[in-house]
Design a protein around this ligand. Structure first.
Ligand code: PRX
Length: 636
């Protein structure tokens, strides 16, 4: 039996039992056999759910980039580590070998050092999906700087909030980015954002699109000349197991984005272990995850997990619709992709297009298909299974979160079954629990409840940057001695889990986590707006879309409502990013509220979803008459 690589169902059950009976010895064995350490740990795990505090492999010393790069050089130096597929199909793909990656990371690390970046400093990375993004992430890890990657679709305000929250002193960006047939002025967005940031001393700029941009004297520098002068080796900074590796921001249901802090050793062990098993990665496979490195999926399953296993990982710069809707499948054929990992929203969008876009290409290289980020509906699952996997590729519906660092509940191909819409079984070491609202665990099968995890796992986020209290309140206060996920789930008669969706005010739109409160804050900045409430409603392609109820200060007919809608969406785009725009905006005179003044979102959600046959308990409503008005004016 191998703890590290599970190959059939019996083995899964054996390994799972062992991992739960004795988690310390289970993870210790894996850590010992599959990674490179400068010093062994003194203690595998110590934890306290009250504080809350979790420490894995305490006392150990390592550098994650040695595990992701250096240790492969002897056996896989010439193997492709990163396979870069550019936005434009006519531009040649780049095969970056482990040897080359080693050199590029060293040079970038040396440039960072020459700019005064030291262990523990925060570096913000705001780049498109080009090799420099992965190289920058790894270069930070090489020298012990904490990377904070901000998805390059976020606005200048969102970028500034994130830079300020963690006091980044350096930003790595590019002159612009290619996105389908468009170019985007990334440097302009950075310049705008940095007007509000005092901590940033240096901006390093990659030349990606040859744009004429402004370079601020004393702050901005082109990266290429610095790289050319840089030394080609860089000794790794030796890190403690619990030293922070990165911060990654995720939306909460209220307040500013939460800077989730992931630490080094546990994150490395768990992302590598789950990559190997969930994708059943074998030495000559070509693995492709279509996510952006700006999200946790890209951190764990484009960069760290695959590279820690010496894999070939594809990085795609473009979009699935350019130059046409066959692009994903063209890339699969071209690079003989073996594992393909994407989001349900992409599957739904592609399923709407003509099947010719799929049938033109040879997809026989595929072995495993994956989905992540939101529940996948049955129809999309079957389309994926039949047309992409040709019913021969197991589909792994992987449930996890920015906070969990790695995949938590998922089938393991050829071991646990793949069932449409079910994430199925917990991975080794993961102990889920379903809880009722009173805080009791719901045992047995055929039940549903709030999904919690009742034992620590190595890659859990350790805190929220600068706000440990919020970490405690958000994840460890609802249920005693448990991590609360914010999701609801059901366990069927056999014990398989199906994730039913968020139980808080986070809405998942096209696989992106969006807190409703920050969007409401943006809308409320509009001078004509008195109050607003945002809810999600089901959407054919995006999974959920956003519906806004807006009360205006003056209800006169004088203002053109379409213009107002445009202005509101522009504000949201400026404050957060285009992904948070509302699909529907209803102007209303009132919102249903409880006697204590809380907006009853449950009712608004039902109205927006066109599901008003039973509005549930409305006895605590202060203003029942408003409900009828809202229903009468609903936007279909
Ligand atoms: O609601 C769950 C949903 O996405 C949330 C986490 O979002 P984020 O931190 O952005 O990470 C996304 C990528 C890991 C979860 O709380 N979610 C994620 N995967 C699934 C899912 N919902 C259903 N099924 C999934 N496979």
């Amino acid at each position: 039996m191998s703890n590290y690589h599970i190959k059939h169902l019996e083995e899964y059950f054996q390994v799972y039992r062992k991992s739960v009976r004795n988690p310390e010895s289970y993870w210790e064995e894996i850590a010992e056999e599959h990674f490179m350490w400068h010093k062994r740990w003194d203690n595998v795990l110590s934890y306290d759910f009250e504080k809350p505090e979790f420490k894995w492999f305490e006392g150990a010393k390592l550098n994650i980039t040695e595990n992701c790069i250096d240790r492969h050089l002897r056996t896989r130096g010439d193997k492709t580590a990163i396979l870069f597929e550019p936005n434009n199909p006519d531009e040649e793909a780049q095969h970056i070998s482990y040897n080359e990656l080693h050199e590029r990371v060293a040079k970038m690390a040396n440039v960072l050092k020459s700019q005064g970046v030291k262990k523990g400093d925060r570096v913000c990375i705001y780049l498109p999906m080009i090799p420099e993004l992965a190289v920058s992430v790894l270069a930070c890890a090489r020298i012990g700087a904490i990377h904070s990657v901000v998805f390059a679709g976020f606005s200048s305000t969102a970028l500034a909030t994130r830079i300020n929250d963690s006091d980044c002193k350096l930003v790595i960006t590019s002159d612009g980015s290619f996105r389908g047939s468009k170019t985007i002025d990334l440097k302009g967005i950075v310049d705008e954002g940095l007007k509000k940031c005092d901590s940033v001393e240096t901006v390093l700029v990659v030349n990606r699109i040859n744009a004429e941009i402004e370079m601020k004297e004393g702050r901005d520098q082109w990266l290429q000349p610095l790289l050319e002068k840089a030394e080609t080796t860089c000794a790794p900074e030796i890190m403690d197991a619990e030293d922070p590796l990165f911060i990654l921001y995720t939306s909460g249901s209220t307040g500013t984005p939460k800077g989730m802090v992931h630490t080094t050793a546990g994150y490395m062990v768990y992302s590598a272990f789950t990559f190997k098993n969930v994708f059943q990665y074998r030495e000559d496979d070509v693995y492709w995850c279509t996510a952006d490195i700006g999200w946790i999926t890209g951190h764990s399953y484009i960069v760290y997990g695959p590279l820690a296993n010496g894999a070939t990982t594809v990085m795609f710069e473009g979009v699935p619709s350019y130059p046409d809707y066959g692009r994903f499948w063209e890339i699969v054929e071209k690079h003989k992709v073996t594992q393909f990992y994407t989001a349900p929203t992409a599957i739904r969008a592609l399923a709407k297009e003509n099947l010719e876009h799929v049938e033109k290409y040879d997809l026989t290289s595929l072995k495993v298909l994956g989905t992540v980020g939101e529940p996948i509906n049955e129809e999309a699952w079957h389309w994926y299974d039949e047309n992409i996997g040709k019913k021969k590729c197991p589909i792994v519906d992987t449930w996890w979160q920015t906070e969990t660092g790695g995949i938590m509940i998922s089938p393991i191909p050829y071991s646990t079954p793949a069932i449409p819409t079910f994430a199925t079984l917990p991975l080794p070491g993961i102990q889920p629990a379903l809880m009722d609202e009173e805080g009791n665990e719901i045992k047995g099968n055929q039940v549903d409840g709030r999904l919690c995890i009742k034992f620590p796992w190595p890659s859990m986020a350790r805190t929220i940057w600068g706000n440990h209290q919020r970490y405690k309140d958000t994840y460890f206060s609802a249920f005693k001695n448990m991590y609360f996920t914010g999701d609801g789930a059901l366990r069927d008669s056999v014990g398989y889990y199906r994730i039913t969706g968020r139980v808080d005010d986070v809405v998942i739109v096209s696989g992106h986590n969006l807190g409703t409160a920050p969007i409401e804050d943006a809308i409320n900045e509009h001078p004509a707006v008195a109050e607003s409430a945002i809810v999600g409603y089901p959407h054919e392609v995006k999974g959920n879309a956003l519906y806004g109820y807006v009360i205006l200060k003056e209800t006169g007919e004088s203002r053109n409502q379409d213009n107002l809608r445009k202005e509101i969406n522009q504000l949201i785009s400026d404050r957060i990013g285009p992904i948070a725009k509302l699909d529907k905006i209803q102007f209303t005179n009132g919102l249903p509220k409880t006697r204590s003044g809380k907006i009853m979102r449950r009712i608004l959600r039902k109205i927006a979803s066109n599901d008003t046959s039973n509005l549930g308990d409305t006895s605590t409503l202060l203003n029942p008459e408003v409900v009828q008005e809202v229903m009468d004016n609903v936007i279909k």
